[in-house]
Design a protein. Structure first.
Length: 336
């Protein structure tokens, strides 16, 4: 974990949910973790990654369970490690995902997750049934962050998310583009997350030796490694987003901009589970979603701005990303 790693205060609120009626205990836990309680009132505040990790472990010790009071049943200590041991034995991410969901279902009773593969698309839907209605957003986001980040770790790479619909409403966070991707919607009828089904064919590359090391810092480490707005991935992502496609630098040129050698830069991205080309592809998608949703540009103009030589090529790529045409996506999102 790097010194500059940090996490949005929103996820601190999620962890503290189980102590919502115990302000004195809440303040004590925050103090022990090294987090200023005044940050809780600042919607865009961030906490250091190490403090977040410390709070995560303190809350598990304080409550004796691993889902922070976000579920009416909860996860006894050791549940997450038990689930992970089964995942290492699976041959690919598809089987690991199903095993993961079955494992969580043994402990977490308020969320039921279902995975469907629809051709080139994989969709995970959540059904939420609980008297803890105010916990729904925290519970579903925590559940999905752990699930996606776990798949990233098992496969040794970032998984690009193409669509996320959340039932709950909340303000936008700095972390959202890297955490959930550019096609993020709140107030949906149902919580769903969608990505390319090809990822489910990737082999599980971790073994028991890696798992032993991983569990010493899991699961709080998952969020920080694969979805962190202060890491090298986010620096590259922001630089690409703030420039036109035709001006994007080559990998060596980007490395120079970051004050790194090309080898070091490539190694840093590999440690984060991605490549420079993968990040460029993610940003092209983000640009496409944004322009279709928020501008009146023609589809041909958007295709050109996102690096496609022909609108037909853009149409095929967009259909592969989302399962729908650019025109249908624009009509649906602008109507909503």
């Amino acid at each position: 974990m790097r010194e500059k790693d940090s996490v949005a205060i929103y996820f601190v609120h999620a962890m503290l949910y189980g102590l919502r009626e115990q302000p004195a205990c809440q303040a004590q836990v925050l103090e022990r973790a090294g987090i200023d309680p005044q940050l809780l009132g600042q919607a865009q505040a961030r906490v250091p990654g190490k403090a977040f990790a410390a709070l995560w472990l303190l809350m598990i010790t304080e409550r004796g369970e691993e889902f922070f009071g976000l579920d009416s049943h909860g996860m006894p200590k050791g549940s997450f490690a038990l689930i992970c041991r089964g995942l290492i034995l699976e041959p690919d991410l598809g089987k690991a995902l199903r095993q993961y969901l079955q494992g969580f279902a043994l402990f977490v009773r308020d969320i039921r997750a279902h995975v469907q593969v629809r051709g080139q698309r994989a969709v995970i839907s959540l059904d939420y049934q609980s008297e803890l209605a105010e916990a729904r957003g925290f519970a579903e986001e925590t559940f999905l962050v752990l699930m996606i980040s776990m798949l990233c770790w098992l496969g040794g790479r970032r998984i690009t998310i193409d669509r996320v619909d959340f039932h709950h409403q909340r303000a936008s966070l700095e972390d959202d583009p890297l955490l959930w991707g550019p096609n993020l919607n709140f107030g949906a009828e149902r919580t769903e997350i969608e990505f390319a089904s090809d990822y489910l064919s990737l082999p599980v590359v971790q073994d028991f030796a890696a798992l032993k090391s991983f569990l010493r810092g899991a699961p709080q480490w998952l969020m920080i490694r694969y979805r962190n707005s202060r890491g090298p991935v986010s620096q590259v992502y922001r630089r690409l987003r703030n420039s036109q496609y035709g001006q994007w630098p080559t990998l060596p040129a980007m490395a120079v901009q970051l004050g790194l050698s090309a080898t070091t830069f490539r190694r840093q991205l590999e440690r984060a589970g991605c490549s420079y080309q993968q990040l460029k592809d993610e940003v092209r998608r983000a640009m496409a979603f944004e322009r279709l949703r928020d501008t009146a540009l023609s589809i041909a103009e958007i295709a050109e701005q996102t690096g496609f030589q022909e609108p037909s090529a853009f149409h095929r790529a967009f259909k592969k990303w989302t399962g729908e045409s650019p025109g249908h996506y624009r009509q649906r999102t602008q109507r909503g």
